[in-house]
Design a binder for this molecule. Structure first.
Ligand SMILES: Nc1nc2c(ncn2[C@@H]2O[C@H](COP(=O)(O)OP(=O)(O)OP(=O)(O)O)[C@@H](O)[C@H]2O)c(=O)[nH]1
Length: 352
């Protein structure tokens, strides 16, 4: 479960909303100014389109205040906005200076739609704008010369390239920062923050499709002795060794995380508590049977654990970790190197 797509999307929301709001305000001011001027000039169709865009900007401004579908509103606004821009460029009575607005397309598209969709939308509308420009000025020899056309093409291309490079760099840095903020630096496993993010996402999916989710909480036994007998550095390597075993034993859709110290939490999507118990046993046996050798010292590790399932053990990550923790401590107090299963749903029903 390596994708940070959803977290990045969440991170981008406030700034995309701010950019969209700024664009809506610019539209409102521009629509008021240009529709008045075009009305006075007698360009009624263009003036009407501008008034319509102004009204639509107010509607969208109100709609995005509490929306959970910002991406849809961005598309629903940008397409008519750019189309209105093309209409203004194609209108014979509009001034040639209206073509300057094409420079806004790559900037706004990348800021609001990201690198891929931003590039695609920019390419489409800038292409249409180029065709309109050539068609409209074909009989104006002073505009059809190599120098003005190359100038316009180069400045448009520069703004497209800079907008794209900026967005690619911004997304890459954000992805790196997000990964660092959600990864345990020693083991490379997810940390608590990521476990919590992914749990929320998986919980919604599980509730929508009636799928089970289980949590394992695992803790190394007598880990203090590893540090005391072999040194802290060997202790660190033992933690990395265990993290490696987790990865080998788990599916790509499972999420192992370090909760702190020598305690780990594993989120098992689409897995009931019985299946989770099988996974936990597989991990327990793998850890116990794979000693770590450092400088001819053989370090034998075991772990204890508890299992909890969404629903019968609670509805939040905190509930599940608490219940699995209680079972983990039962495992510690009754001999270690064992996993205590979740109560079966029938046992839970009998208790209540
Ligand atoms: N090397 C290393 N040790 C750590 C790290 N985090 C926690 N520890 C050590 O883990 C040990 C945990 O000790 P305890 O809480 O007593 O638990 P334990 O010795 O595993 O005993 P039980 O859990 O009861 O089986 C302590 O010695 C901590 O210093 C770490 O990042 N690296």
């Amino acid at each position: 479960m390596d994708s940070y797509k959803d977290s990045l999307k969440e991170l981008a929301r406030p700034y995309r909303k701010a950019v969209l709001k700024a664009l809506l305000l610019v539209t409102l001011v521009g629509a008021t100014l240009f529709s008045s001027m075009n009305f006075l000039k007698g360009s009624y169709p263009l003036a009407l389109v501008e008034i319509a865009m102004g009204i639509y900007a107010i509607v969208v401004y109100r709609a995005i205040r509490h929306t959970r579908h910002l991406e849809r509103w961005i598309i629903a606004y940008l397409i008519p906005f750019f189309t209105a821009m093309m209409f203004a460029m194609a209108t014979p009575r509009s001034t040639s200076a209206v073509h300057a607005w094409v420079l806004l397309i790559p900037i706004v598209s990348h800021l609001l739609l990201g690198r891929r969709l931003g590039l695609a939308v920019s390419a489409i509308y800038m292409g249409i704008a180029a065709v309109i420009f050539l068609f409209r000025h074909q009989d104006q020899p002073e505009m059809m010369q190599a120098l003005p056309i190359t100038n316009i093409a180069m400045i448009s291309l520069c703004i497209l390239v800079f907008s794209h490079v900026y967005e690619v760099t911004r997304e890459t840095s954000e992805r790196k920062l997000m990964k660092t903020a959600q990864t345990d630096p020693l083991t490379g496993l997810a940390n608590r923050a990521r476990l919590s993010d992914i749990f929320e996402r998986e919980k919604h999916r599980a509730q929508r499709y009636s799928l089970p989710i289980s949590i394992l909480v695992l803790d190394l036994d007598h880990f203090k002795n590893v540090n005391d007998d072999h040194g802290h550095e060997s202790g660190d390597r033992a933690l990395q060794h265990v993290a490696r075993i987790f990865r080998e034993c788990l599916r790509a859709t499972d999420l192992p995380a370090r909760l702190g110290g020598e305690e780990f939490g594993i989120l098992l999507s689409n897995t009931n508590s019985q299946q989770a118990m099988e996974v936990a046993e597989k991990i327990r046996i793998a850890v116990a049977s794979t000693p770590l050798t450092i400088s001819n010292n053989v370090i034998r590790l075991t772990l204890s654990g508890g299992v909890a399932e969404l629903g019968s053990d609670g509805h939040t990550l905190r509930d599940l970790v608490r219940e699995a923790d209680i079972r983990l401590y039962t495992a510690k107090n009754t001999g270690r190197n064992q996993i205590i299963p979740a109560l079966s749903p029938s046992a839970t029903a009998a208790q209540t």
